[in-house]
Write a new protein. Structure first.
Length: 220
């Protein structure tokens, strides 16, 4: 294994283990929509199950869910390949770590979508059982992603003059998410903030390639 991949691989494994331990605990100790307060009323463990995309968003019904899961699998293969390629090209460690965070989050949610419907029964009105005798609540590729972090930091009402939503209530931050979602978000945000620094190595490689080509032409 390329030495530059050791930390990213370890990071992926750590995040996956923590993500799945937390989700297993939620599934086997809480019923759907059960709430545990965190930091007073600043945040909550709110057990929800997401049949679609990250942060509780939904996508295209059952057929859309299967398509989304398959797309995620292809994306994971692409991200993993790109991570290895970046390591071979001696990319900055920070960039490798960011893609490791994205990869870990994507795999974490794929595990839920692929397997949870098979290995857990329903969490509605009961605490789910692992490997229930009568089978799981769903089929292969049709499991639901376990979400649990809810931080409604600001709650209020839009002013009456506000377009479309005037006088309606709002909550910030409304989406319920999990550790895998957080991992993806942190990785993407850091890349956006430091993309010039991270991808500077690509410009250097191009300059080196041009110089080598120029030298070969002169020598020939």
């Amino acid at each position: 294994m390329n030495s530059k991949l050791r930390i990213p691989v370890i990071l992926v494994l750590v995040i996956l283990v923590l993500d799945q331990i937390l989700k297993f605990w939620i599934k086997t100790h809480m019923r759907l929509n059960d709430v545990i307060p965190l930091f007073g009323n600043w945040g909550f463990i709110l057990f929800t199950e997401n049949p679609g995309m990250a942060f509780g968003f939904k996508f295209g019904g059952e057929a859309g869910k299967i398509a989304l899961t398959l797309f995620r699998m292809l994306a994971v293969v692409g991200i993993a390949w790109y991570l290895v390629d970046l390591a071979k090209k001696n990319a900055p460690n920070g960039l490798l770590i960011c893609f490791a965070l994205i990869l870990a989050g994507a795999i974490g949610n794929i595990i839920d979508s692929v397997f949870y419907g098979l290995i857990f029964d329903s969490s509605a009105n009961q605490v789910a059982h692992l490997f229930p005798a009568l089978g799981g609540y769903g089929k292969f590729l049709r499991g639901e992603v376990v979400d649990m972090f809810y931080f409604p930091l600001i709650e209020g009402h839009y002013p009456g003059w506000f377009p479309i939503w005037g006088n309606e209530s709002f909550t910030f931050f409304r989406p319920v998410f999990n550790l895998a979602d957080s991992s993806i978000t942190v990785g993407v945000v850091i890349i956006l903030l430091f993309h010039r620094k991270f991808f500077k190595h690509a410009g250097k490689e191009l300059d080196e390639l041009k110089q080598e080509t120029k030298t070969e032409v002169i020598n020939s």
